[in-house]
Design a protein around this ligand. Structure first.
Ligand SMILES: N[C@@H](CCC[C@H](N)C(=O)O)C(=O)O
Length: 247
C-alpha cells in the first residue's frame, strides 16, 4: 500500500487511493496513531466516482467518519493532481457534497466550500457567546479578547453537548486568529479548515470583516477565506511531507 503524508497548515493527513470501497475505520485508527502508526489528525481514501473526478472517505484519527474536512480538501487535491487522478481544477465527492478545488503555484490550493447552514443563532453558555454553524461539519464559534481563554475541558464539554467542533477566535489587526478543538481528534489541532471558515462567517455576521480575510490557526500559517456572491473559498499552502509504501 502506497500512501502520502500531508500537512495542510499543520492539520496532517495520511492519504491513499484504491479501487475497492470498504470500511477503513481500523486502518484510520492504526495509521493515525502517533506512537505506533504514521501519526495524523485524519485518514483519507480516494475512490473512483461516476459523478466527479473521484470521491473520498474521510476519517478522524479516532476512526470516526466525518462528512467534510476543509484542510484535507486542499491536501487531497494536491495529492490527486500529483498522482494524475485529476487535472489542476477538479471536482470530488464528499459526504457533504461536491467540492471544487484548484491546485495553483507554490503548492497553494483553493477550495470552494459547501454551502454553510446556521444551526443555532447566538446563545450564551459557560460565560461565552456561541454561534453554531455547519460548514461541512458542525462548528461552535466564540469570539474572545484573548485566545488564552481556550480551555480544553470547556471545549470537551461543549463538543459532546452539541456534537460539534469548538473554535475560539480573536480579531487582531483586521485578521482572524483561531484555536480549534476537533471532534474525532478530541483535542486541539494546529488548524481546522471548516473551523476557520466558520469563524470567518461569524466575523462577517458581527461586521468584523468584509468579503475576504486572512486567518491564522494555531500553526500560525496564513490562510485566506473569501465570499464571492454566495460562494465561499478557502485557500492556502499544503506540504507533502513524504510518500511511503507499507506491507
Ligand atoms: N480538520 C477538518 C475537520 C475534520 C472533521 C472534524 N474533526 C469533525 O469530525 O467534524 C477541517 O480542516 O475542516
Amino acid at each position: 500500500m502506497t500512501y502520502a503524508k500531508y500537512s495542510a497548515s499543520g492539520n496532517d493527513f495520511v492519504i491513499l487511493h484504491c479501487f475497492v470501497e470498504k470500511d477503513f475505520t481500523q486502518e484510520a485508527i492504526k495509521l493515525c496513531n502517533r506512537t505506533e502508526g504514521i501519526g495524523a489528525d485524519g485518514f483519507v481514501v480516494l475512490l473512483p466516482s461516476k459523478e466527479a473526478d473521484f470521491k473520498w472517505k474521510f476519517y478522524n484519527s479516532d476512526g470516526s467518519a466525518a462528512a467534510m474536512c476543509g484542510n484535507a480538501t486542499r491536501a487531497v487535491a494536491h495529492y490527486a493532481f500529483n498522482n494524475n487522478l485529476a487535472s489542476s481544477k477538479m471536482k470530488f465527492l464528499t459526504d457533504a457534497g461536491i467540492i471544487e478545488s484548484e491546485v495553483m503555484n507554490n503548492n497553494i490550493v483553493k477550495t470552494q466550500m459547501t454551502e454553510p447552514k446556521v444551526i443555532k443563532e447566538q446563545f450564551e453558555q459557560e460565560g461565552f457567546i456561541w454561534y453554531l454553524i455547519d460548514t461541512g461539519v458542525p462548528h461552535l464559534v466564540t469570539f474572545v479578547d484573548d485566545l488564552e481563554k481556550y480551555d480544553h475541558e470547556l471545549c470537551a464539554k461543549m463538543r459532546y453537548e452539541h456534537n460539534a467542533n469548538v473554535n475560539f477566535a480573536k480579531m487582531q489587526n483586521g485578521k482572524i486568529k483561531v484555536r480549534t478543538y476537533e471532534r474525532g481528534v478530541e483535542g486541539e489541532t494546529l488548524a481546522c479548515g471548516t473551523g476557520m471558515v466558520a469563524c470567518f462567517l461569524r466575523a462577517q455576521d458581527l461586521n468584523l470583516v468584509k468579503d475576504t480575510a486572512l486567518i491564522y490557526p494555531k500553526s500560525n500559517e496564513e490562510l485566506t477565506v473569501s465570499k464571492v456572491g454566495e460562494k465561499i473559498y478557502f485557500q492556502g499552502a499544503v506540504k507533502k511531507v513524504f510518500t511511503a509504501t507499507i506491507e
